[in-house]
Write a protein that binds this ligand. Structure first.
Ligand code: FAD
Length: 364
C-alpha cells in the first residue's frame, strides 16, 4: 500500500517510519528548509518543565516508548545499511530553581505524587560542580537528547531503501500529492498524511485546526573562549535547565535555547533573543559564552499544549499529525504511532489528541 506523507519534520518522519513498519511504501514531499523547527531543535527530552515545574503530559509512558522507538530506528539503520548510528543519548539533567516559588511548586508536586513515574533527586542550595543553585533544584536521569538531523537523514534513507521516494516540492493535500502519486500508482486517490508543521494553517483542508505559531530561537556557542579552558563549567557534562537550557554537544560546543514568542511569525533571528539566551547561559555557568550561530524557526503549537492527529471528517483517506509545540522529540514516536494504529487497527485515538474534536460541526 502506498501513502503520501507531506512534510518531513518529526511528525512526517515518525509517520513514515510506522507506515514502513506496516509494510507501506512512502511517497514523501518536503520543501527542504534547513531552518525548519525540527532541523534547528536541540532534540531535548525533559520530564518536568516551565516556571511551574510541571511534569510533561504522559511523560513516563511517552519517554519509555521514545527510547524504544529511536533505538528501533538505530537498529534498522544497522540492519539495512550496516551503519551504527547514535540517534538518542540519555543524559543527566540538572534543573536550577530561579526563585523560591519554583522550589515550592516542586515540593508541592513531589508531595502530591504528581511526579510519580519520573526519577528525580532534590539538590540543596549551593554550588555543585561549579554551578550555582541559589534556590536549590533537582537532578534527573529521565532526560535525553536526540540527534534530529541524523534522525531525519536516517528516515529518508529508509524511505528510499524501502521503495519510496522523497520529492523536494511544496505540496498540499488537495492537489499535488494526489496528482504526483497517481502517476505512480493505479489508484487516483492515495491516502495522505499531512505533517507540514505550522504551515498547516495555509492548507485549506486543515486550517480549522487550533494550531498556533510559537517562534523559537536557539544559539550554538562555546563556553569561555579557546584560551579560557579553566572557566567554570568548561567541562559541562550535564544538561542545565533554568527556564533557558544548555545542552553540551558531542563536538564540544553548547546549545542554548530556546525562546518562545507567540506573536512574532517571522523566521528571522533577533538581537533580543540572542541577548536573553546568552545572558541566561552566562549567569547559569558563571562564565562568558561565545556565540557561534543563531537560528530561528516556528513551532506548530496549540493553546492546550496537546498534539493533534487524526482523520479528516469529510475527505476520505486524508490524515493529519501536528501540534507538537516544544515537545516534538518526546511526543513524535507515540503520537504518530497512535495515528497509524488508528488507521490500520481502528484503535480509537486518545481523545485529547483527536483532530476531529476541533471540526467546527463537532465543537457544539
Ligand atoms: C528553537 C527551537 C528549539 C526547539 N527545541 C526542542 C527540543 O529541544 N526538544 C523538543 O522536543 N522540541 C523542540 N522544539 C520543537 C520541535 O522542533 C517541534 O515540536 C517539531 O520539530 C515539530 O515538528 P513538525 O514535523 O510538526 O514540524 P516541522 O519541523 O516544521 O516540519 C514540517 C516540514 O514540512 C515541510 N513543509 C511545510 N509545508 C509544506 C508543503 N506545503 N509541502 C511540502 N513540505 C512542506 C517543512 O519544510 C518542514 O520540513 C524546538 C523548536 C524550536 C523552534
Amino acid at each position: 500500500m502506498i501513502f503520501n506523507v507531506i512534510g518531513m519534520g518529526l511528525a512526517g518522519a515518525w509517520t513514515s517510519y510506522w507506515l514502513m513498519k506496516r509494510g507501506c511504501i512512502v511517497h514523501a514531499f518536503d520543501v527542504y528548509n534547513s531552518e525548519s523547527s525540527t532541523r534547528i531543535a536541540a532534540g531535548l527530552i525533559t520530564p518536568i518543565t516551565g516556571q511551574r515545574v510541571k511534569p510533561s503530559w504522559k511523560f513516563a509512558e511517552l519517554f519509555a516508548e521514545s527510547l524504544i522507538a529511536y533505538r528501533d530506528v538505530e537498529q534498522q539503520v544497522l540492519m539495512q545499511f550496516g551503519e551504527k548510528v547514535e540517534l538518542i543519548r540519555t543524559v543527566e539533567l540538572l534543573r536550577i530553581f530561579k526563585n523560591v516559588e519554583q522550589r515550592e511548586y516542586y515540593e508541592k508536586r513531589a508531595a502530591g505524587n504528581e511526579l510519580s513515574g519520573i526519577q528525580h533527586q532534590f539538590v540543596e542550595s549551593g554550588f555543585h560542580n561549579g554551578i550555582s543553585f541559589p534556590f536549590g533544584g533537582f537532578s534527573t536521569n529521565d532526560a535525553a537528547v536526540v540527534n534530529l538531523p541524523l534522525f531525519l537523514e536516517s528516515i529518508e534513507r529508509l524511505i528510499v531503501a524501502n521503495g519510496g521516494h522523497i520529492s523536494r516540492t511544496e505540496c498540499f493535500a488537495n492537489t499535488e500529492a494526489s496528482l504526483v502519486a497517481s502517476r505512480t500508482a493505479s489508484a487516483a486517490e492515495i491516502p495522505t498524511v499531512t505533517c507540514t508543521g505550522y504551515k498547516i494553517l495555509q492548507d485549506e483542508r486543515w486550517n480549522w485546526l487550533p494550531v498556533e505559531t510559537s517562534k523559537g530561537e536557539i544559539l550554538d556557542a562555546m563556553i569561555g573562549n579557546s584560551m579560557d579552558s579553566e572557566a567554570p563549567g568548561a567541562a559541562l557534562v550535564n544538561v542545565l535547565n533554568a527556564g533557558t537550557w544548555i545542552v553540551p554537544m558531542p563536538n564540544g560546543e553548547i546549545r542554548i535555547g530556546a525562546t518562545n514568542d507567540w506573536d512574532d511569525v517571522s523566521e528571522v533571528i533577533t538581537d533580543k533573543a540572542r541577548v536573553t539566551l546568552q545572558t541566561d547561559a552566562e549567569s547559569m555557568l558563571g562564565s562568558k559564552v561565545s556565540v557561534l550561530r543563531q537560528r530561528a524557526a516556528i513551532r506548530p503549537s496549540t493553546g492546550l499544549k496537546r498534539p493533534i492527529a487524526g482523520r479528516h471528517p469529510d475527505f476520505k483517506d486524508q490524515y493529519v499529525c501536528t501540534g507538537f509545540g516544544a515537545k516534538g522529540t518526546l511526543q513524535g514516536p507515540w503520537v504518530c504511532n497512535q495515528l497509524i494504529r488508528h488507521i490500520f487497527d481502528a484503535t480509537p485515538l486518545n481523545t485529547e489528541i483527536d483532530a476531529q474534536q476541533w471540526w467546527p460541526e463537532n465543537k457544539g
